[in-house]
Write a protein that binds this ligand. Structure first.
Ligand SMILES: [Zn+2]
Length: 74
């Protein structure tokens, strides 16, 4: 897989979960791809969306990062 920063939403397979990580409060929250697609469009680069992320806990923005995790399949 390419580095997350170079991916568009359309590049992320269904079996990969997107997490937003806030360095200020170390909160990690799953972000549903469908919500991001609706807001930014499926061709949006993750690195561009990162800049617009806002932490739902402390309200911090600008330094949040995405993390991609494979969803275990039974
Ligand atoms: Zn935070």
């Amino acid at each position: 897989m390419r580095p997350a920063a170079d991916c568009t939403l359309d590049d992320i397979p269904e079996w990969v979960a997107i997490f937003g990580a806030c360095p200020a409060c170390e909160r990690g929250e799953q972000i549903y791809k469908s919500r991001l697609v609706r807001r930014f469009g499926k061709g949006a680069l993750l690195v561009q969306i990162e800049k617009k992320l806002r932490c739902t806990k402390c309200g911090g923005c600008g330094a949040n990062r995405f993390a991609l995790k494979k969803i275990p399949r039974d």
